[in-house]
Design a protein around this ligand. Structure first.
Ligand SMILES: [Zn+2]
Length: 398
């Protein structure tokens, strides 16, 4: 059993096999006036994305971005987007809503596919507990004051997690429903969650909620937010991915893979395919959501790479995540907390305006990610082929 050496091949996993969601909005003119006029729905473009999923660093933004941002008028506080309709991309149900706090969002579930759960953040504005009008959509407390509803005046629909409540606006009484049809306007784009001193640019923050019935915005629930680009149509980014180095993962039989006294990690280099050194793209998005780690026995042919999988071991690592703990990078990240998976992801002196994979500091076409916590899968007590099963290797890079 001496000739085991850890050789790791890592690939990105970007896509899903079922049909991708096309996300749309309806722009309007005179949107904050008394008679907003809505235009036909427009598809969001990949180039409307201005902040990627995952780690980012900036003085006034969230360090771990739990979704992606669409901003069709990036960087303009007077952007006309406020009040634009967010269009339902499928028939579905409103499963969660946060409408009585500064930051407002709803989560919806696809009626025909339980794994397609999207959340829409920053709807309406930051005022709490008051009736708001944005475009032709109204945020109003239900008549029994038990909940809040979103009324679309032009469709006469009133949406709420709880169906069957009454909500009165003007001369009309609406009955709430928690289901909607594809193409229905379900919420207005807004800027809720900011402050008077530091308002957000109006934009759509999109979640992919693993569990659509629970909040995705709290630090305690970070595992609930996945990269929406797994299920939302977008222009793919192609990467080359290589292992740069490993730390505390050494040859089996000489020193243990993990001796219990040090954290193991793997340094991964992600390079934009087709880009030269010194070149970086501004119109590419970080759409890696998870990585798969493959190993083989030392000296064996390359086609013997295998995915580590077993009763307690699975080499799939969600980007920035841990498989043994429910924790993403610690709240202290990026302070190089040893418990963090993504302890360093290039230079973080910027927001996600450009893809995080391509750092500004070296003007390179690559970035480094560090994955740790391998001891949960590879321990010196493990005998390959014993407690671990091998899984056929499938290329998953794109
Ligand atoms: Zn966001």
């Amino acid at each position: 059993m001496k000739n085991f050496i850890l050789i790791i091949l890592l690939c990105s996993q970007l896509q899903i096999s079922f049909g991708q969601i096309v996300l749309r909005y309806e722009p309007c003119t005179n949107c904050q006036g008394s008679n907003p006029v809505y235009d036909p729905a427009v598809n969001y473009s990949t180039w409307d994305l201005n902040s990627d999923f995952g780690p980012r660093d900036c003085t006034s933004c969230t360090w771990w971005h739990q979704g992606i941002d669409y901003n069709i008028a990036s960087g303009n506080n007077n952007t006309p987007e406020t009040g634009f309709h967010i269009i339902a991309p499928f028939d579905g149900t409103i499963t969660y809503a946060s409408l009585n706090s500064s930051y407002k969002y709803i989560i919806i579930r696809d009626q025909n596919n339980n794994s397609r759960n999207l959340g829409f953040g920053h709807i309406f504005d930051s005022r709490i507990g008051v009736t708001q009008v944005s475009g032709d959509m109204v945020l109003k407390r239900t008549d029994d004051e038990s909940n809040w509803a979103i009324i679309c005046l032009s469709t006469a629909m009133a949406y709420c997690v709880e169906a069957g409540l009454q909500v009165t606006y003007g001369q009309n009484v609406y009955e709430t429903q928690n289901i909607f049809l594809e193409d229905d306007p379900i919420a207005p784009i807004g800027n809720s969650g900011g402050t008077a001193l530091n308002p957000y640019d109006p934009h759509l923050h999109l979640y992919y909620a693993n569990d659509p019935t629970m909040a995705v915005s709290s630090s305690a629930d970070r595992n609930n937010a996945k990269n929406p680009l797994q299920i939302v149509d977008h222009q793919n980014t192609n990467y080359n991915i290589t292992i740069e180095s490993t730390n505390n993962l050494t040859e089996y039989g000489k020193t243990p893979f993990y001796n219990g006294g040090a954290l193991s990690s793997v340094k991964v280099k992600i390079t934009l395919a087709g880009a030269a050194l010194g070149e970086r793209y501004t119109n590419a998005t970080m759409d890696i959501d998870s990585t798969l780690i493959f190993i083989k026995r030392y000296g064996e042919a390359d086609d013997n790479y295998s995915l580590i999988i077993g009763g307690n071991y699975l080499s799939k690592i969600v980007m920035g995540g841990r498989t043994d703990h429910k924790r993403y990078p610690s709240n202290g990240w990026p302070s190089n907390n040893a418990s963090d998976i993504a302890i360093n992801a290039g230079n973080n002196n910027r927001t996600g305006i450009v893809p995080h994979a391509y750092s500004d500091d070296n003007q390179g076409n690559h970035d480094f990610l560090f994955f740790s916590d391998f001891y949960t899968r590879i321990k010196n007590a493990d005998q390959f082929g014993g407690t671990l099963d091998f899984h056929p290797w499938q290329p998953q890079c794109s």
